[in-house]
Design a protein around this ligand. Structure first.
Ligand code: ADP
Length: 547
């Protein structure tokens, strides 16, 4: 969508006069260089995935000018990040760090508190600091994308894979800090990180893990990327999905390249859903499913062709089940209910053994069919899964956005046990509420083992206030209903963070009170990403910020 003139001037930080703000900006420019502090005063442009804004949430759920920053700061080093943090404490101005800001569907690069100064780490801090072939690991700065890490490994001809999410343009560090997932055996990004360097909200610099032990003659510790917890409490976790620090370096393990075979299984009957999940559970728990496979509802087979909804159905309402059925019958998957995308790893003989076990397990589901990439046309989505599942970053999932004009999306991402009964409860809630609010339902279950991330992609037209309102209302009701059954989200858009955080309320909100205790100790002035993940510093708490 083209840019429209702005309704409002620069959105100032809370409780900050224009005069103080101008003085603060001048002082920050002195520290970072004039061109490295940019005011957010020009028309907002939503752009697209590869030319995404750092001024606001490109996938706005509320007014485009609501979730905006006042300015963007571009530090070039950890020392400059420390300078920014000290500056923020001085002026009491909230800052909001992003790595690259491609957190699409979860708020993008927008700050939770309008008028915050976004610290865009990725633009100038984008080095791969180390690739250690002996240790099969790397250390990256926030601005290293999956594409960049992949290319570096190819360029150096190292025998490693990276692990990327569905879209490869995001930050390796940023995604791990937000506990994103990918699809190779190393798909749990945070679980496969090793060592962090963090600027705390008071400006102090911290290294976690073995990095806390100084290396010889001032060198980095030689085991920093080898052993995660080191000694004492394992502190890394509190810097993920939080506002306790700014991560400036992070180590990651790399996977040794290996043989791989992707495949697709289809299941014909809607009513077999619980049996399909039951068949998945033992395979997943035993580690027989080599990676993080996906079970997708057949509606997505229409969507991943990249064709718009109007190609399949002309009504304004959600596509009826029988239309999906009829249209899917023309596609390689045929008239089916669920489609399973898996990949097995190892040498040819071991892949064959694994596939025999998997086929036999799924043969219990009547009418299931098995496909290899050669069995489907070259433009079929299975080929794109095969790339992602072998660590090759792609952009194929941008096709989601062809679904409707001005499309944006939100994710509803509850966790369920890998158990048919639980998955069915969450699925039923989704079916009913998507219908109530008039949205197509696109569920993908990412199977990790004992749990599945049940992710639905709510696609709405961001030029329509009515659709935005309905999408937000759908999210609110989904979160509430799932929680009343005991299911909670692993991640959510900025605007729903408070609500999701509130669902984790066991023992009179013990977890949130614990988080607030840490927040107040580390960030007494409440400058770092107030409200992120529902954690508000004392200065903001109970003053009407919570949504
Ligand atoms: P990506 O480009 O992978 O989508 P983002 O930069 O959007 O990653 O990061 C996702 C979210 O994680 C951000 O909105 C921010 O809240 C948090 N985050 C990202 N990078 C950092 C960091 N280096 N330090 C602290 N928090 C971060």
């Amino acid at each position: 969508p083209e840019s429209v003139p702005r309704q409002h001037n620069v959105r100032l930080p809370p409780d900050t006069s224009r005069e103080t703000f101008d003085e603060a900006v001048a002082s920050l420019r002195q520290a970072l260089g004039h061109e490295n502090v940019v005011l957010n005063d020009k028309p907002l442009v939503d752009g697209w995935y590869l030319e995404h804004p750092n001024t606001h949430d490109a996938f706005h759920v509320v007014d485009q000018e609501e979730l905006v920053c006042s300015a963007i700061a571009y530090p070039a080093s950890t020392t400059e990040v420390q300078a920014i943090v000290k500056w923020a404490n001085n002026y009491g101005i909230p800052i909001y760090p992003i790595s690259m800001g491609r957190n699409v569907g979860y708020g993008g690069s927008a700050p939770r508190v309008p008028g915050s100064v976004v610290v865009d780490l990725g633009k100038r801090m984008n080095k791969i600091l180390k690739t250690d072939a002996d240790n099969a690991s790397c250390v990256v700065e926030p601005g290293v994308s999956y594409f960049a890490l992949y290319e570096e490994i190819q360029r150096r001809k190292l025998p490693f894979w990276i692990d990327c999410p569905d879209l490869g343009g995001g930050s390796v560090l940023g995604n791990a800090v937000d506990r994103g997932v990918g699809y190779t055996p190393m798909g749990d990004h945070f679980a496969n990180h090793c060592g962090m360097e963090i600027v705390l909200p008071n400006g102090e610099l911290l290294r976690t893990g073995m990095g806390a032990l100084p290396g010889k003659n001032g060198a980095d510790n030689p085991t920093w990327q080898s052993f995660q917890p080191a000694y004492g409490p394992y502190s890394d976790g509190i810097f993920s999905q939080s506002n306790f620090g700014i991560v400036c370096q992070m180590g990651f393990w790399l996977m040794h390249e290996t043989g791989h075979q992707s495949y697709m299984l289809t299941f014909p009957r809607d009513e077999d859903f619980t049996d399909i999940v039951e068949a998945i559970r033992p395979l997943a728990q035993k580690g027989l499913l080599g990676n993080i496979p996906q079970l997708r509802h057949v509606a997505q087979e229409l969507n991943v062709t990249g064709l718009p909804k109007s190609h399949w159905y002309s009504g304004p309402d959600p596509i009826p089940r029988d239309v999906i059925r009829k249209q899917a019958a023309q596609l390689p998957c045929g008239d089916c209910s669920w489609v399973f995308y898996g990949t097995q790893y190892g040498d040819a003989a071991s892949i064959k053994t694994q596939l025999d076990i998997i086929k036999s397990a799924f043969s219990k589901i009547k009418g299931s069919k098995f496909y290899l990439p050669n069995d489907v046309p070259p433009d079929h989505y299975l080929h794109s899964r095969a790339l992602v599942c072998s660590g090759v970053p792609v952009l194929r999932e941008l096709d989601w956005l062809n679904w409707k004009p001005n499309a944006a999306h939100l994710f509803f991402s509850p966790i369920t046990p890998t158990r048919g009964e639980d998955a069915q409860i969450v699925h039923n809630i989704n079916v009913r509420l998507h219908k109530k609010y008039g949205f197509d339902l696109f569920p993908t279950l990412c199977v990790a083992g004992r749990e599945m991330h049940y992710i639905t992609n709510i696609i709405y037209d961001r030029s329509s206030d009515d659709e935005k309102r309905r999408a937000a209302a759908l999210m609110r009701e989904l979160i509430a209903e799932a929680a009343s059954e005991g299911y909670g989200e692993y991640r959510t858009h900025l605007l729903f963070a408070d609500q999701v955080a509130r669902t984790y309320s066991w023992n009179n909100n013990a977890l949130m009170r614990f988080n607030e205790t840490i927040k107040d100790a580390l960030d007494p002035n409440g400058i770092l990403a107030p409200g992120r993940n529902g954690i508000w510093p004392k200065k903001y708490r109970g003053k009407g910020w919570e949504l």
